[in-house]
Ligand binder design. Structure first.
Ligand SMILES: Cc1cc2nc3c(=O)[nH]c(=O)nc-3n(C[C@H](O)[C@H](O)[C@H](O)COP(=O)(O)OP(=O)(O)OC[C@H]3O[C@@H](n4cnc5c(N)ncnc54)[C@H](O)[C@@H]3O)c2cc1C
Ligand code: FES
Ligand code: FES
Length: 478
């Protein structure tokens, strides 16, 4: 399936986006940010908007600001940036940890904090974490700005407090700092069937202790157990006033008793209750301590601007594909990057498997970062550089990574191979000598249905040191 026709409008500023949202009173208008939830819905025609307002190039939505006691995160900050941002890692470590569990690197390179909150998937990490941290969601509409406490932002299954003509602009999160001689501890646990899958159940905890170790405040939030993140108040009450580790188990039991999940294909309601109990206990026992108090005085001025913004890198128009400038003239707004590459440019090495971001066959590099081409509109790549498998080598002159796959029997039918090779190329660029575990984790977003992963991992290991890497001793079969 492909998206039904729509008109794409690329907003240049917040006021531009808000004006555009109000410009089509009788039509179905939606914002598109990273597209990692919306484009699957478009591809399957579960959503058929008339107009899409693309906010992915709006610079004012793309920064992380350290404002001293609070951190302001723009709606367009990508999930990948939250994982690596020095400000977020130092001042909101719970956010950095939780976001590292979202999807795969390809998804996080495009998905945004604003999109995740506005989409409000009940099993998503961010909606639960912002409740645990008592954040506020900033919203801009025709009547100006308003701020909504995170606890009341998500109102039901995939539903939020946002009106149709409003834009989520930022998330303001109190910095995680310990008070006086006391301490602040945080924990995050989730169970997902595979690395990168949505969580079956997740738990975030934030606990404050006084100098004697007694708990003075506790926040325990569970996701995947209802239509909205669930604050487990009985579990929190079981901790406050106590310094005993034994009370972690009591808090886990209390949390299990107060959630009322429903069952689905992934887990029964009873399984989910048990998971809440276990994950709360684990999150509390494995909690990490925040040590930021002493250095707080130096905070308050940092700003990080999004390096993954969709703002065009050049004014030449079109897209640089494998180094060659290709025009977008006449390309329909709804054309996916995969289809533009394959059908219009005849670069058929980019494969199409699932069209909802799960298989990884369509992986390409956008300005050097791996993404899902099936979840990106061709026009969103304007002014940027796309690398496909055709840029690496030719059958007569293989790239050293392709050569390692050939020599180590890292492919059979080859359907998944372009996506896996580009994912591995990105990994080796960041980490020239990855462990087997790191390779498996990075490749977990690329599904192979015939080779089996052992040979693929061996090929990446063999390639790990570049063109001079040792090759497999196995004889060639073809
Ligand atoms: C294979 C796969 C695995 C995934 N795994 C996870 C996971 O484990 N955990 C998880 O949390 N998510 C997961 N996701 C979803 C991913 O995190 C999305 O990035 C996120 O849910 C939506 O963010 P986005 O920027 O892509 O938003 P989009 O897809 O662009 O938009 C999503 C919705 O939010 C609205 N919206 C977006 N931005 C704004 C804004 N600023 N103001 C108002 N409305 C807005 C859009 O109109 C749309 O309705 C996964 C996705 C895929 C494809
Ligand atoms: S992830 Fe894009 S086709 Fe499967
Ligand atoms: S080689 Fe056939 S799907 Fe991976």
């Amino acid at each position: 399936m492909k998206p039904a026709p729509f008109q794409l409008h690329r907003a240049q500023s917040v006021s531009d986006a808000v004006a555009l949202l109000g410009s089509f009173p009788d039509a179905d208008v939606k914002v598109i940010a990273g597209g990692q939830s919306l484009v699957p819905l478009l591809n399957f025609r579960l959503a058929r908007p008339d107009h899409l307002i693309d906010v992915s190039a709006v610079a004012e939505l793309g920064s992380v600001r350290d404002e001293g006691e609070r951190i302001r995160i723009g709606a367009m900050v990508r999930q990948a940036e939250l994982v690596t941002s020095p400000i977020v890692n130092e001042r909101l470590p719970l956010v950095a940890e939780a976001v590292s569990h979202i999807g795969h690197r390809h998804i996080r390179n495009r998905g945004t904090i604003g999109g995740s909150l506005a989409h409000a998937d009940p099993a998503a990490e961010l909606p639960a974490v912002v409740v645990a941290l008592d954040a506020v969601v900033g919203v801009e509409g025709p009547n100006g700005r308003r701020e909504v406490p995170a606890a009341s932002f998500v109102t039901g299954w995939f539903t939020t407090d946002l009106a149709d003509d409003e834009l989520l602009v930022d998330v303001i999160v109190p910095a995680m700092t310990s008070n006086g001689d006391g301490s602040l501890e945080w924990g995050f646990e989730e169970l997902a069937r595979r690395d990168g899958d949505f969580a079956t159940v997740l738990v975030a905890t934030v606990v404050t202790r006084d100098p004697t170790g007694e708990v003075t405040d506790a926040r325990i939030v569970a996701g995947g157990v209802g239509s909205t993140p669930v604050r487990c108040r009985a579990a929190e009450a079981a901790l406050v006033g106590s310094a005993r580790v034994a009370d972690h188990a009591a808090a886990g039991r209390a949390a299990g008793n107060e959630v009322e999940p429903i069952g689905d294909v992934h887990a029964t309601a009873e399984d989910r209750v048990e998971l809440v109990e276990v994950l709360v206990r684990r999150a509390l026992l494995g909690a990490r301590r925040v040590v930021a108090a002493a250095t707080t005085a130096s905070h308050g001025s940092g700003v990080e601007q999004s390096p993954l913004s969709d703002a065009p890198r050049s004014s030449e128009g079109g897209v640089r594909v494998n180094g060659e400038l290709r025009a977008l003239d006449g390309v329909p707004d709804r054309r996916l990057l995969t289809d533009w590459l394959r059908d219009d440019l005849r670069l058929t090495g980019t494969h199409v498997g699932c069209e909802h971001g799960v298989c990884g066959a369509c992986t390409v590099l956008l300005d050097g970062e791996p993404i899902r081409a099936c979840l990106t509109l061709a026009r969103q790549a304007e002014g940027r550089a796309v690398t496909t498998i055709e840029d690496l080598g030719t059958p007569d002159d293989l790239h050293w990574l392709q050569e390692a796959f050939r020599a180590n029997h890292g492919l059979q039918c080859g359907f998944c191979t372009p996506g896996i090779v580009l994912t591995a190329l990105d990994l080796l660029g960041r980490n020239p000598n990855p462990t087997e575990e790191q390779i498996r984790r990075e490749l977990s977003g690329n599904i192979c249905r015939c080779t089996g992963y052992v040979k693929i991992v061996e090929a990446v290991r063999a390639a790990a040191n570049g063109p001079s890497a040792p090759r497999s001793p196995l004889p060639e079969t073809s």
